[in-house]
Ligand binder design. Structure first.
Ligand code: SF4
Length: 419
């Protein structure tokens, strides 16, 4: 099995500091093509492609673009969400560090199609190299007429600014990110209204992540219908996967949607170190489900993942071999979200503390059947009653483990002496 390289096609083949090398490798040619198209035709191509957001939720990109395009406000913003804080994800960093101009080109095409007047890239503070490369690339793009006023001799004016987050996980959530960009604490807002109507500084704002914007130039080059032929009916195009854990070859791999998880682990990742058995795999990052080995023939697409109340997420696959204990991993996940909770709503703020206490009872083999019921109902309450994506997705690991690793829970209850 080989990778299918659309957005990663320049990785390692160009110097990311050189705009000339980007231009010589098809760079900015799709912006030139887009500038000759009707704005509505660009959005139609994205709609035909059925491009879905690569940040996790999988919202159709064309609907966001239509939402922003119909707003008549003189000031409209687009934001590239580069706050890649999900543990196990590092593909947006690869995109920014290996091909920063592709991110800019994607943002420029979306801005032109929607009438956006200013763009921001919100990068997590730990990604200092990405921040430097993006700033350098923006300067180069300005010097060469790809950013600023009358871009490439057209009437299109657009500028992009890089802003840095301070390492808060919740700022990856779109309204928390907007609050942070406005200089406030990163806390979500109640929806609706959605950002495309009332976003940054109460102006219409479109937010997509780095991979989504990076996909736009290839989509414009191929056309929407050709793009839609890649992948599966519900999940078109390619996906960058951050593969980590106990695999022989860790890294970022680009695959068409529809590839089984097992193929990514064994054919691209080379299998498990020392040929050990897989105990569990976490998909999407800390907020994703934990599944056993027998489920690894499941294909990667939005529809399959939604069947077990998950999203394809940002595309992380974290492999843990037989040496790892389920409850140690669950406690790490819960503690992570307990730490990252912004505290605004009760189910998330208090619920993670109680989840951790229950998991510890299983680690210490002091749990009873009642604790399984408490754990399950508490996880469901946090999932359903939390205000933002953090609380809504953080219990996924526990909920999935209760379904697929129930024997591990029963074993802890029935054999208190083992530990
Ligand atoms: S779910 Fe958690 S992170 Fe989100 S608003 Fe509520 S307390 Fe804050």
């Amino acid at each position: 099995m080989k990778e299918m390289k659309l957005v990663s096609k320049r990785f390692g083949k160009i110097n990311p500091l050189s705009i000339d090398e980007y231009i010589n490798f098809d760079g900015y040619k799709n912006l030139k093509k887009a500038l000759k198209m009707e704005k509505t035709s660009i959005i139609e191509e994205v709609e035909k492609a059925y491009l879905r957001g690569r940040g996790g939720a999988g919202f159709p990109t064309a609907i966001k673009m239509m939402g922003l395009a119909k707003e008549t406000n003189k000031e409209k913003f687009i934001i590239c969400n580069a706050d890649e804080g999900e543990p196990g994800n590092f593909k947006d960093r690869y995109l920014m560090e290996n091909d920063p101009h592709q991110v800019l080109e994607g943002m420029l095409i979306v801005a032109y199609a929607t009438g956006a007047t200013k763009g921001y890239i919100y990068v997590r503070g730990e990604y200092q190299k990405s921040i430097s490369l993006l700033k350098w690339s923006i300067d180069e793009a300005k010097k060469n007429g790809y950013l600023g006023k009358n871009i490439l001799g057209s009437k299109f004016n657009f500028d992009i600014e890089v802003r840095s987050g301070a390492g808060s996980y919740v700022c990856g959530e779109e309204f928390a990110l907007i609050e942070s960009l406005e200089g406030k604490p990163g806390r979500t807002r109640v929806k609706p209204p959605f950002p495309t109507s009332v976003g940054l500084h109460n102006k219409p704002t479109l937010i997509n992540n780095v991979e989504t914007f990076s996909t736009i130039p290839s989509l414009i080059e191929m056309g929407g219908l050709e793009f839609a032929k890649i992948g599966t009916p519900s999940s078109t195009g390619t996906k960058l996967i951050s593969l980590s854990g106990n695999v022989k070859h860790k890294g970022v791999f680009e695959i068409p949607y529809g590839v089984p998880i097992r193929d990514v682990i064994y054919k691209l990742g080379g299998g498990i170190e020392k040929d050990r058995k897989i105990k569990m795999v976490q998909l999407g990052g800390a907020c994703g489900p934990i599944i056993p080995d027998y489920m690894l023939d499941m294909i990667i697409d939005y529809e399959r993942f939604e069947e077990f109340e998950s999203k394809t997420g940002a595309g992380a696959i974290i492999v843990m071999d037989e040496r790892f204990d389920l409850f140690d991993i669950l406690l790490k996940v819960v503690r992570f979200f307990q730490h990252e909770s912004c505290g605004k709503c009760t189910p998330c703020r208090e619920g993670h503390i109680q989840l951790a206490n229950l998991i510890i009872k299983f680690i210490e083999r002091k749990a009873t059947v009642k604790d399984i019921i408490s754990l399950e109902s508490l996880a469901r309450v946090i999932h359903q009653a939390s205000l933002c994506g953090l609380g809504q997705t953080s219990p996924t690991a526990i909920i999935s483990s209760l379904r697929y690793f129930r024997d591990d829970y029963i074993d802890r209850i029935e054999h208190p002496q083992k530990g």
